[in-house]
Design a protein around this ligand. Structure first.
Ligand code: ADP
Ligand code: MG
Length: 720
């Protein structure tokens, strides 16, 4: 048998190890195992001590076992038969005599292993029990098992049962079985860039002699990740450019009529981006464009004008929104902006008029039938909806344009599902209000062209943001009286809380009661307190994800109509809600929200002619990183600056967000934040490769990697 990366481990390793690798880490083949990279390395003479331990942090320490005691105990779990269990407590000490307790449950065999005098590395999360720090089931890596001569000691992500050293042993065995690996990267690129061979890079990442050698290995493997990914994206983009789409000429009766009655001038950006989009829709190849623009920059209007261009020439446009609230609002505001241009088929409507249909999951069967009919016959030129639009049974007469609002909530698959409802590939416009740094756009949206709206419509005054300490009575009184002042001046306000309340678990709860912290404030409690306290006498409304959709809709309408003074809500209002008369917002437990989320929330106020005010209420003390985040949000309204900051604080996995899961598991070493140079260079190489050889005939091994990733669409990650 020839052994290669596809060889299954069960053919070459012992059964027990194979089982554990499969169960704990999903590792099945030699390739999987060699792709399980160490997460850190310990240099020679490096002895991380017990000097700095922070609760909740993952630590690696070097220490000696001082004592190990096994204790039997009766675990008490209500409703379960008590069975005897065993807890192993191990005390370790570092060179300076500092000690720490390790706790293992029901792993009796460890007693023979972790005996007094043994030295090694212990890797785990710092926890607390009865006021004392401890590591719960840490991984251990005893010196006697290292068998590494010189070089760096790799530490692998593992489990208590499958500790790092066992993984290391398995990796070493596997490396020995595949001494020569064919290199999938195009030879010319590899030699021009001076990249290590594939096999060598794998050897070095698992057994580096030095930090330098490790650096070269990582660079080589990152390049492979970046080049494969960019090639997938570049190829997808060039394939869609070659597809035939229905062209819709620029202009048209309904668009001209709409423009003629617009009460304001388009911003320069809206005009420029609008023209770009109009030209693309007029071409016989599908548009794939990402429209980025800060909150309030007027993206919806740009999208509506594109939709009208399509409608003017007999096509239909669909607008996909991430929440019912947002779909309902789009429907209302678009119908309102169109006026009688949305009364197609009715007596007295202009000849060029169309209809605007709304379809969400909460539509009654009768409503649904009407809408489905309007969509099928083409009577509705514009169809707005949530996921409900994606369902079977919703058929379009002639879907020419798909607009996806707030893309970060949708996966690629959903975009594709809707597009599949068109007879020919439709034009696609994806809108996002979360500014996306260039490298992320290139990776997550690498198959789209991008446009940006960089200015806000004239006449907007910037939003003033302040951090307010929750525990300071005087400040809090001032905050609530500011809200009253806004209402007395005829404006409206929002109060945002992280939790719905009433129970432990629900969809739009953020976090939950964790440990020592008090539970996050809940809208259902807060509204009562405000009603009988600081906001007594004002009309308060309640909005959260668990209300049924009729109620949500009723509340939003009442708020938009000015019948509610203050809306107490969860993040259901985060995206897109547009009530220009709302000028003030108080965010409670503000540290529970992310930077971009706060920026989005804040974007709900100051959308009209009056200045906006946003108060971020929090009890986190100054000097903490949470407080710094809040100060950052308070210090700027530049969404791009905040997005960069947000990105630095998030993990790669989150950054990839709704990207295909295949992409997520593919990108292991590459950092979207730190490897901008590699990503950009790989993009250029991929473009040149595909230009020269669209089907990659000359590079079969590389083509196989590209096909692999391209076909692994996995499950989309639905967020929010
Ligand atoms: P977003 O980019 O956040 O989706 P919207 O499209 O909702 O922004 O626009 C926010 C508000 O600004 C809406 O009330 C819209 O009617 C208004 N608006 C859009 N373009 C202009 C403009 N050129 N001049 C004045 N107001 C505008
Ligand atoms: Mg919007």
């Amino acid at each position: 048998m020839t052994i290669g990366l596809e060889t299954r481990l069960r053919e070459v390793l012992d059964k027990k190890t194979v089982e554990k690798l499969g169960e704990a880490l999903g590792i099945d083949t030699i390739g999987d195992l060699l792709g399980h990279y160490p997460f850190r390395y310990i240099g020679q003479g490096e002895r991380p001590d017990l000097g700095r331990l922070t609760i909740g942090e993952e630590v690696t320490v070097f220490a000696e076992v001082r004592a190990a005691v096994a204790r039997k105990y009766q675990p008490k779990r209500p409703g379960q038969k008590a069975r005897r269990a065993e807890r192993l407590e191990v005390v370790i000490a570092d060179e300076d005599g500092r000690t720490l307790t390790l706790v293992y449950f029901n792993q009796p065999w460890l007693k023979e292993h972790l005996t007094t005098g043994k030295q090694g590395l212990f890797v785990g999360k710092v926890g607390q029990f009865n006021g004392r720090l401890q590591l719960n089931s840490p991984q251990h890596f005893l010196v006697e098992e290292w068998n590494v001569t010189g070089g760096l000691l790799p530490v692998y992500p593992g489990t208590a049962e499958l500790p790092s050293w066992k993984i290391m042993k398995a990796v070493h065995t596997a490396l020995g079985l595949v001494p020569d690996l064919a290199d999938p990267l195009p030879r010319e690129i590899r030699s021009r860039l001076g990249l290590l061979g594939y096999g060598e890079a794998l050897h070095r990442i698992h057994r580096p002699e030095s930090h330098e050698a490790l650096g070269a290995a990582r660079k080589r493997l990152k390049w492979q990740e970046a080049l494969v990914l960019q090639t997938v994206l570049v190829r997808r983009k060039s394939a869609s450019l070659a597809e035939a789409a229905t062209p819709y000429e620029t202009g048209g009766a309904i668009l001209d009529a709409f423009d003629a009655r617009l009460p304001f001038d388009l911003t320069a950006g809206q005009r420029q981006v609008g023209a770009e989009i109009a030209d693309e829709i007029a071409r016989a190849h599908p548009m794939h464009r990402l429209l980025q623009g800060d909150v309030g920059s007027g993206k919806t209007l740009v999208a509506l004008r594109a939709m009208l261009q399509v409608v003017a020439h007999g096509g239909q446009a669909a607008l996909l929104a991430p929440t019912e609230v947002l779909a309902g609002q789009h429907h209302r505001s678009i119908a309102e902006m169109l006026g009688d241009l949305a009364h197609g088929g009715e007596l007295g409507a202009p000849q060029e008029a169309t209809r605007v249909a709304l379809l969400t999951g909460s539509a009654t069967a009768a409503q649904r039938r009407t809408v489905i009919d309007e969509v099928k016959t083409g009577a509705a030129g514009i169809v707005i909806g949530t996921h409900a639009l994606l369902y079977d049974g919703v058929d379009f007469a002639d879907l020419g344009l798909v607009v996806v609002d707030e893309q970060h909530r949708f996966g690629v698959e959903q975009r594709d599902t809707l597009r599949a409802k068109a007879k020919r590939p439709p034009h696609t416009l994806v809108m996002t209000a979360t500014p996306i740094p260039r490298t992320v756009a290139m990776t997550v949206y690498g198959d789209l062209e991008t446009s940006r709206l960089t200015e806000l419509p004239a006449g907007r005054t910037p939003i003033a943001t302040h951090v307010v300490p929750y525990t300071d009575q005087r400040w809090m009184r001032r905050a609530w009286s500011r809200l009253r002042e806004e209402v007395e001046a005829g404006r409206q306000a929002y109060v945002v809380c992280p939790r719905v309340g009433d129970d432990q678990k629900d969809g739009d709860d953020l976090g939950g009661a964790d440990g020592d912290r008090r539970p996050p404030l809940a809208v259902t409690d807060v509204i009562e307190q405000l009603r009988s306290g600081p906001l007594e006498g004002l009309t308060l409304g309640l909005l959260h994800g668990r209300l049924d959709s009729d109620e949500k809709d009723r509340v939003m309408r009442a708020y938009a109509a000015g019948e509610i003074d203050v809306l107490v809500a969860t993040t259901v209002i985060e995206v897109g809600v547009n009530v220009p008369n709302a000028t003030a917002m108080v965010v409670l437990d503000a540290e529970r929200f992310g930077i971009s989320q706060l920026h989005q929330l804040r974007g709900r106020v100051g959308r009209g002619a009056h200045p906006g005010l946003c108060l971020l209420v929090s009890e986190v003390p100054e000097g903490t990183s949470s407080r710094e985040r809040l100060d950052a949000v308070a210090s700027t309204t530049d969404g791009f600056a905040l997005a960069e900051l947000d990105l630095e604080q998030r993990r790669e996995g989150d950054v990839l967000g709704a990207a295909q899961s295949g992409v997520k598991s593919h990108v292991k070493l590459l950092s979207l934040l730190k490897d901008a140079d590699i990503i950009e260079a790989a993009r250029a190489e991929a473009t040149a490769l595909i230009d020269a050889d669209p089907d990659l005939r000359g590079e079969p091994a590389f083509a196989a990697l590209v096909d692999d990733l391209a076909s692994d669409r996995g499950e989309y990650l639905e967020k929010g």
